[in-house]
Write a protein of this length. Structure first.
Length: 260
């Protein structure tokens, strides 16, 4: 597919999506959100893609937020629609994707940028990264899931402080808070994401899909994560991956997962 604002590259089972509007610090305009949706959907259905990495182009920003120039004159209903559409197309979509998604945060991840990173299944960051939800400094609140995912990741008190002060935290603090799992130099960021992707793709992706569904269920209203875990656990027993994984263990060899 041809995209204006993103780049997609697939190698050895790992697809990297790079948001590519560096002159606007990779801010998420509507077109970019739609392109990201299309790319994630496409890669999720692509048998060559086992893991997805999302990052930003340039050395300064992952994503500096939603594109402020697009919504500055919006009405109440347009604002609500902006948040609803964005959540459905991109943020919830990525959080529930069956293919594992790693965010490689290579610089500023602000507002919608941090919300996108938080929608990924986990995050790593370069040591120059700065993260925050500065929306209240613009007279608005996070609308792409930030009020929910930030407290889930860092705890309610820290999320309250970050959102109320509109401040930024550095990569080390983000690691201390549990917002990112690892911090490395900018040069090492993508190699580290690829190394982690390499470890993931050796495992059963069918089982990983089940784990994503069970973990997410614990954070969904009206769902019982333990019940989902029981169902998904049982479902694994009917997969070819389970037969291969257990057989390979008993035969003392490495499994070759068929991925179904
Ligand atoms: N939406 C639209 N454009 C944005 C943007 C955003 N969220 N963030 C940055 N840009 C644009 C700037 O307008 C500027 O464009 P221009 O060169 O055409 O004027 C360009 O990106 C570079 O940004 P600039 O502000 O000049 O860089 P800086 O190094 O001085 O500051 C930031 C970097 C990240 C601190 C600053 O850009 C910023 O505060 N951005 C907005 C962050 C935000 O509030 N995000 C939440 C949105 S809900």
């Amino acid at each position: 597919m041809n995209y204006q604002n993103i780049l997609v590259d697939t190698q050895d089972g790992v697809s990297t999506i790079t948001i590519n509007r560096p002159s606007k610090l990779n801010a998420l305009n509507k077109e970019t959100i739609q392109e990201l949706h299309d790319a994630f959907k496409d890669l999720d259905g692509d048998s060559e893609t086992l893991v997805i990495i999302i990052t930003g182009s340039g050395e300064k920003a992952f994503v500096a937020g939603a594109d402020i120039s697009e919504f500055a004159d919006y009405s109440v209903s347009q604002g609500e629609q902006l948040a609803a559409q964005g959540q459905a197309l991109l943020f919830d979509f990525v959080a529930h994707l069956s293919t594992p998604v790693i965010a490689a945060v290579n610089g500023f991840a602000l507002g919608g940028g941090l919300e996108l990173a938080m929608s990924a299944h986990f995050r790593i960051a370069s040591d120059n990264a700065k993260m925050g939800l500065p929306e209240v400094s613009l007279g608005v609140i996070p609308g792409y899931g930030g009020t929910q995912r930030l407290p889930q990741l860092v705890g309610k008190g820290r999320a309250m402080e970050m959102i109320m002060t509109a401040g930024m935290i550095d990569a080390e603090t983000a690691a201390q808070y549990g917002l990112v799992n690892h911090v490395t130099s900018q040069d090492e960021l993508i190699p580290l994401a690829e190394k982690l992707a390499g470890k993931i793709k050796r495992n059963s992706l069918v089982a990983i899909n089940a784990a994503i569904a069970a973990i997410n269920a614990g954070y969904e209203d009206g769902e019982n994560g333990f019940d989902t875990e029981i169902t998904e656990f049982g479902r694994c027993f009917g997969t070819a991956d389970f037969k291969e994984g257990t057989q390979a263990f008993l035969e003392k060899r490495k499994p070759q997962f068929p991925g179904k």
